[in-house]
Structures are given as structure tokens and as C-alpha cells.
Ligand binder design. Structure first.
Ligand code: PLP
Length: 390
């Protein structure tokens, strides 16, 4: 079959026509259990009535005006995001990579204000921050950078979850002005750092006057059991980026800032035609309200516990399963050997999962997944793994 789509994705042989909660149906009417949520996007599940209603209503009134004018829904959304995060203001974009671009620009302006000509941002090995030129340069994965040199300068990569490596990098490089970090590395293989890692970064950033910038694009919006993952640590970063789950599938990203970081980008320094348009903001407002009324963040914590403890029980004694871990509904299972074939095998059994970093099965189910669906997920996945590792 010839396709007119540029071949940038390895696609699975399935096309979905509609969904409801954690269920998806393909064009032939076959039903699938979605344990990936379009990679942490549809946190409220598919076809959520609150989001549906909000975008229908908004599209009757206005879809887009311009950031040349005031946008009431954008003001409202920014206010709510700041109340929920402890941040002070927001720049809206259309994607995660663009939210990180804004963060990177903030950091560079911060450096230049101190007379640093070539400011450096510390980033982590195995990190993922997006596919634009600056964000792929920040990303700690050579595969993603392959073929695209020259990379954007100004990033130094250090090991994740290694406070002494961070200390060393800061003291060795006087041009360091910021640290950009995921609270849990998602694409890199669901790496959960030690509980005080973010606190250590906060302290070092305070000591050396660096901006602490947290990429919550995958971990945010209730996924890990709090609205934002850094809230487990009782800290505030200077910059925080969001996207994925923010619009439950309607494209929207956000770069939140606080303190000195909130005043660095001024009129004319940054912009986006679509960013924060009325339609996208109405979807995000519905998402925030639903998260609260359905108490989805704290349920994510319980549901994550349940899925991992059931999987641990079922897979007990299987020496090929080396590690099962989670924070909320961000779940990783490591096998001792590569297992990307499991994705297709799961699809045949009507289950959508993902494998990242070759050996890590990643689960990001919708936060609305129910008990019956949890049991089905555990049943299908554990028997697949048992068969695969025989
Ligand atoms: C997905 C992701 C991004 C990139 O978001 P896009 O919307 O695809 O540009 C950046 N950072 C993290 C941590 C992500 O998971």
C-alpha cells in the first residue's frame, strides 16, 4: 500500500474509529483496552463528555482570535494552572517541545542578563524533551540526534539521579544557568529517581542561582498521583513545562514560571500563532475541572498500586522480569532482554501497551481505568509476559 504520509513513524496495523473511557474500537468493530492513553495524553479517557461539551460550546462562539487580543479562557486557564502549581505566570504553546523551547529561551535570557555569553543548561542522560532542534539537542539520547547535526549548543548532559555529578558539573562550568529535568524519565525507560533527588536539585539551584526547570509534560496532570510530580517533593521549581494530558487530546502546551524566571520574556521576545487559543484553553479548563471533581490524581495513586501489586503477584518467580515500578499510573516493567515484539502481541490480544528503551514495558493507562479493566489488563499482560519469557 502506498501512503502519502511521510514515513516518520513505525505504525501498528490498526486504525481506531471511536472510544469511550479506557476502551477503543477499531474500524472492524473490535474492542481494545487502552493502557497507553495516546502516550499520557487522554488521561480522562476517550470521548470524555466534559471535554466534548467544552469544545462544542467554545466552537459555537469562537475557535481562534489571536494573541494580539485578550483571550478570556486563556486568562482563566493560566490563573487555575498557577493556583494548582504554585507558579506565577504562563506562556501557552501547542506542544511539549514548544513548551520546552520557551523554557530554554527563558534560561538563555537569564544567562545573558548576567553577562554570560554562552549560557549552559544542564540536562540528563536518557532524557527526552522533544523533537525540535533545541529540544532534541537537550534530549539525552543519541538515536534522536542522529542525522541532525549540527546540534544546538549550550547543553551539558550528566547522569540522571546523580546529585554529585550535578554538583561537579555546576562547579566546573561557570556558565551554567539552569537545570532541566524530568521528575520521572518517561521515554528513557520509566526511571524513578530517589525520593529526595528533586529536593537536592532545588538546593543546588538555590546555592548557585540556577533556574530549576522541570519537564512535567509526561508526569503532569495527575499522572503520578499529584497534579504535578514535583508536588511529591514539596518544592517549587522556577520553570515547569506541561503538554500531553493538559488538553486530553486537544493540542496545548504550557510553560509556567515563577519569581525571576517569570519576568524574563517580555513583549516581542516570544510568541505563537495558535498558542493558548480559545478552543484549546476550553478543553484544558474542562480537564482541570474534571481532575478535581473526579479526584483523579489521588485515584491514580491507588490504581497504580493495585496494578503493580497484582502484576508483581502474577509474575512472582519469573526471573526474566527484573523490576516492576510505578509512581501513580506511570508504570514500568523491565525484562532481562529486548521485548519490543510484545507490543504487537498485546495488540493481537486487544491490549495497547508500549515498550521503551528496548526492555521496558511502559503502561500509562487513562486515570479513569476501572477495577474490571485493571483486572483485564493484569490478566492479559501477565500471561503474555509468561509466554514470552518461557
Ligand atoms: C512527550 C514529551 C515531550 C515532547 O512533547 P511533544 O508534544 O511531542 O512535543 C517533551 N518532554 C517529555 C518529558 C515528554 O514526555
Amino acid at each position: 500500500m502506498s501512503s502519502h504520509i511521510m514515513p516518520t513513524y513505525g505504525r501498528l496495523p490498526v486504525t481506531f474509529s471511536h472510544g469511550k473511557g479506557a476502551w477503543l474500537w477499531d474500524e472492524a468493530g473490535k474492542r481494545y483496552l487502552d493502557a497507553l492513553s495516546g502516550i499520557a495524553v487522554c488521561n480522562l479517557g476517550h470521548a470524555h463528555p466534559a471535554v466534548h461539551k467544552a469544545i462544542c460550546k467554545q466552537s459555537e462562539a469562537l475557535i481562534h482570535t489571536s494573541n494580539l487580543y485578550g483571550i478570556a479562557t486563556q486568562e482563566q486557564l493560566a490563573k487555575q494552572l498557577c493556583q494548582k502549581s504554585g507558579m506565577e505566570n504562563v506562556f501557552f504553546s501547542n506542544s511539549g517541545a514548544e513548551a520546552n523551547e520557551a523554557a530554554i529561551k527563558i534560561a538563555r535570557v537569564y544567562g545573558h542578563q548576567q553577562g554570560i555569553e554562552k549560557p549552559l543548561i544542564i540536562v540528563m542522560e536518557r532524557s527526552f524533551h522533544g523533537r525540535t532542534m533545541a529540544t532534541l539537542s537537550a534530549t539525552g539520547n543519541p538515536k534522536i540526534q542522529q542525522g541532525f547535526t549540527p546540534l544546538v549548543e549550550g547543553f551539558i548532559h550528566i547522569p540522571f539521579n546523580d546529585t554529585s555529578a550535578l554538583k561537579k558539573a555546576i562547579t566546573k562550568n561557570k556558565e551554567c544557568i539552569a537545570v532541566l529535568v524530568e521528575p520521572i524519565q518517561g521515554e528513557g525507560g520509566v526511571h524513578i529517581p530517589s525520593p529526595n533527588y528533586l529536593n537536592n536539585i532545588r538546593n543546588l539551584c538555590n546555592q548557585h542561582q540556577l533556574l530549576m526547570m522541570v519537564d512535567e509534560i509526561q508526569t503532569g496532570i495527575g499522572r503520578t498521583g499529584r497534579f504535578l510530580s514535583y508536588q511529591h517533593n514539596d518544592i517549587l521549581p522556577d520553570v515547569c513545562t506541561l503538554a500531553k494530558g493538559l488538553g486530553n487530546g486537544v493540542p496545548i502546551g504550557a510553560c509556567l514560571a515563577r519569581g525571576k524566571a517569570a519576568t524574563l520574556l517580555t513583549a516581542g521576545m516570544h510568541g505563537s500563532t495558535f498558542g493558548g487559543n480559545p478552543l484549546a484553553c476550553s478543553a484544558a479548563l474542562a480537564v482541570l475541572q474534571t481532575l478535581d471533581t473526579e479526584n483523579l490524581a489521588s485515584k491514580a495513586q491507588e490504581k497504580g498500586e493495585k496494578i503493580t501489586s497484582l502484576l508483581t503477584k502474577k509474575l512472582q518467580g519469573n526471573t526474566k522480569v527484573s523490576h516492576i515500578r510505578h509512581q501513580g499510573l506511570m508504570i514500568g516493567l523491565d525484562l532481562t532482554f529486548p521485548c519490543s515484539e510484545l507490543v504487537t502481541q498485546a495488540l493481537q490480544k486487544s491490549l495497547l501497551i508500549n515498550v521503551t528503551n528496548e526492555k521496558t514495558i511502559r503502561l500509562l493507562p487513562p486515570l479513569v481505568i476501572d477495577d474490571e479493566q485493571i483486572e483485564l489488563l493484569v490478566e492479559i499482560l501477565s500471561s503474555l509476559i509468561q509466554e514470552y519469557t518461557q
